[in-house]
Design a protein around this ligand. Structure first.
Ligand SMILES: Nc1ncnc2c1ncn2[C@@H]1O[C@H](COP(=O)(O)OP(=O)(O)OP(=O)(O)O)[C@@H](O)[C@H]1O
Ligand SMILES: [Mg+2]
Length: 637
């Protein structure tokens, strides 16, 4: 478990209430600093300050914490003695989790200490008589031992739920479930696996405020890292997007097109700029955004990217690249390229646009593959990625054509190059099954079904029968293997919900889950649906970004560079893969991309080889520290 933080940067509202329940005083800070400190009597306080006003100090005792919206950077703390409630918003979620953890750990530690050592708290009288000078100091860092200690106490800590401030109150209350019971409990932000060193370096670079592009082959954890980056930035000014709806759903964002508000980008640049400025919601979004994050950048059209860059400068009246917005881009250009209309030519990829070099300040390549463990398969995939197929590779993949990868009635998912084929297969296999068909219709935010269809992976109408091959669409329980992409079969219905048996023999009753997407005006739209989809077949385009655990493919109708690589790299191992008709002619890489990566590697290599004016002994493990990398890359600019 990571240590906690004693400092938080966020927006705050403080409300003091009279005993009758009306607000007697209110303070709003758009940017505030929260600090945990101790006084000369070792009592803990939270200090709330901003540049302009005097700091407010509130004693951290008898507090109630409401943390259900922690993952959105929001929480509130009610200081009962002071009669004040502090509403925190726009906090980087990871920092917020860490800050609340510190409060919990320190308060638990103090309670224990006072119970064990001092018979009673210092009275007001002894404090007044004390000769100690008033002094506040930073709280000491949380140690691992502190955390363990506090974890043991988890069951004892409880919270109640003060209401969030003013306008938001009603909306939040209506969507709120039962109040959380613990001040500290594992959350997705605290329990996910840790980043490896190369991912950590990218995260630090992103937090330095520089424009970053990071790449890496399929399964190197780009999207995994991107979610961590999003969680480490202030949510109100961070826009996570991806080139496709499914990929956007994967990183909890919206499509780049939906955010940009300039349709498909057709028309002259002048028209697009005027359009963006005239639509108040669109202009406001562009002005508010400070960090624009784009996953699956390989599928963003180069001309669209160029137009966006110019629109951003125009709307924000700022001549810096992208109007001064921090860009964080990730993807693998050797996977699927942008979808281009027939007959259209020109700059296809983002990196072919002249503004690419102006925009990107730092580049990184992730090397460690996480999706697959098998080194033989990783090396085959690395060759396929660059369009190289040796006889050994061809034989090995052809050899999978007859292997049995089905178990316990769970059939392999067929990846199809064309969406229509996958739909046809699913429909006909379902109708072949006997038995009653059950229909699960999604519950969607008002009038948003069309948008949610495009942006979430969950279907608005799901037809199921006993025996239907399905795929799980959410991480339900990572430890139990119930993860996004896990394959199973519907074995029965219980209380109207499908019960699915997975490949690992676990059974799971699929109850409704929620998917959220951001509307173009920034509000959240929600789809409630059982987290399943038919999985006899899936299109390769829809599979980009997914990890699949039992997959077969026919590559004969492949029509894009990188398409075979995307399909093959969804599998977790050679033993869970069946290629029906492998032919090396279906594997090729785009020469422009290969050339781009050659240049990219040279740039990275120079960065690693050329000494940075520091003796080699300065470098641990011959790897440069982030500071060195930043210096080097900036010097290059
Ligand atoms: N540091 C890590 N520790 C443990 N698991 C990880 C780590 N990084 C990534 N993973 C896991 O590896 C798998 C692949 O990660 P992810 O989907 O982010 O890769 P990707 O680079 O985005 O792949 P693609 O190019 O196919 O989109 C996921 O199951 C993810 O949870
Ligand atoms: Mg990904």
């Amino acid at each position: 478990m990571e240590a906690g933080e004693s400092f938080l940067s966020c927006a705050v509202t403080m409300e003091w209430m009279t005993p009758q329940g009306s607000i007697s005083r209110k303070i709003n800070y758009k940017t505030a600093s929260l600090r945990l400190i101790r006084n000369e009597f070792r009592e803990i306080f939270m200090e709330i300050s901003n540049d302009k006003s005097a700091a407010v100090k509130l004693a951290l005792k008898s507090i109630n914490v409401f943390k259900k919206f922690m993952a959105e950077g929001k929480a509130s703390v009610k200081f009962q003695d002071a009669g004040c409630t502090l509403f925190i918003s726009n906090a980087p979620p990871t920092n917020l989790v860490s800050f609340l953890r510190t409060i919990f750990v320190k308060m638990t530690g103090d309670k224990e200490q006072s119970a064990n050592t001092t018979p009673s708290k210092q009275s007001m009288r002894s404090k007044l008589l004390s000769s100690k000078a008033q002094a506040f100091e930073e709280i000491s860092p949380v140690t691992v031992a502190d955390v363990h200690n506090a974890k043991k106490k988890i069951s004892k800590a409880t919270v109640t739920t003060p209401s969030p401030p003013s306008k938001k109150r009603k909306m939040d209350e209506s969507s709120r479930g039962p109040a959380p019971k613990k001040l500290y409990s594992p959350s997705p932000l605290t329990t996910t696996s840790t980043l490896n060193p190369e991912q950590q370096r990218v995260l630090e670079a992103c937090l330095s405020g520089k424009n970053v592009f990071f790449t890496g082959s399929a399964g190197t954890g780009k999207s995994f890292l991107l979610k961590r980056i999003v969680a480490a930035l202030p949510p109100d000014v961070t826009v996570p997007t991806a080139s496709t709806g499914v990929a956007a759903c994967h990183v909890g964002g919206t499509t780049l097109h939906a955010f940009a508000g300039i349709g498909d980008g057709s028309g002259t640049l002048e028209n697009l700029c005027e359009k963006a400025v005239k639509l108040p919601l669109v202009a406001q979004k562009w002005r508010k955004c400070k960090h624009l994050i784009i996953d699956e950048i390989s599928m963003v059209d180069g001309i669209f990217f160029e137009k966006l860059e110019a629109v951003a400068r125009y709307v924000r009246k700022n001549d810096k690249p992208f109007g001064g917005i921090q860009l964080i881009l990730c993807g693998d250009f050797l996977q699927l390229p942008p979808v281009v209309e027939k007959g259209k030519t020109g700059k296809r990829f983002c990196f072919q646009s002249p503004c690419w070099d102006k925009c990107i300040e730092l580049c990184f390549e992730l090397k460690q593959v996480h999706r697959q463990n098998d080194s033989e398969f990783i090396s085959i995939l690395n060759s396929i990625r660059i369009g190289r197929v040796t006889k050994e590779i061809s034989d090995r993949l052809t050899g999978t054509s007859r292997q049995k990868i089905e178990s316990d009635g769970i059939l392999a998912t067929r990846l199809c190059s064309h969406t229509n084929d996958s739909k046809m297969i699913n429909d006909s296999k379902l109708s072949d099954l006997e038995g009653e068909q059950k229909v699960f219709s999604s519950q969607d935010s008002d009038n948003a079904t069309k948008l949610l269809d495009m942006q979430t992976i969950a279907p608005s109408k799901l037809m199921l029968k006993i025996g239907a091959q399905v795929m799980l669409l959410k991480n339900i329980n990572v430890n139990a293997g119930l993860v996004n992409g896990a394959r199973g079969v519907v074995v029965r219905f219980e209380e109207g919900f499908p019960v699915v048996r997975f490949k690992n023999k676990k059974e799971y009753t699929a109850r409704s889950e929620r998917w959220y997407v951001k509307n173009s005006n920034g509000s959240l739209l929600c789809r409630k649906q059982v987290p399943l989809n038919l999985a006899w077949a899936f299109s390769i385009h829809k599979s980009q970004g997914l990890t699949l655990d039992c997959v077969e493919m026919s590559l004969s109708k492949i029509f894009e560079a990188g398409q075979a690589y995307v399909a093959l790299s969804r599998a977790q191992s050679l033993d869970t893969l069946r290629v029906l008709d492998f032919d090396s002619r279906h594997v090729w890489a785009d020469p422009n991309v290969l050339e781009f990566y050659q240049r990219f590697r040279r740039r990275l290599q120079q960065m690693e080889i050329v000494p940075l004016g520091r003796p080699l002994a300065d470098k641990s493990n011959k790897k440069f520290k982030l500071r060195d990398i930043l210096e080097k890359q900036l010097r290059r600019k």
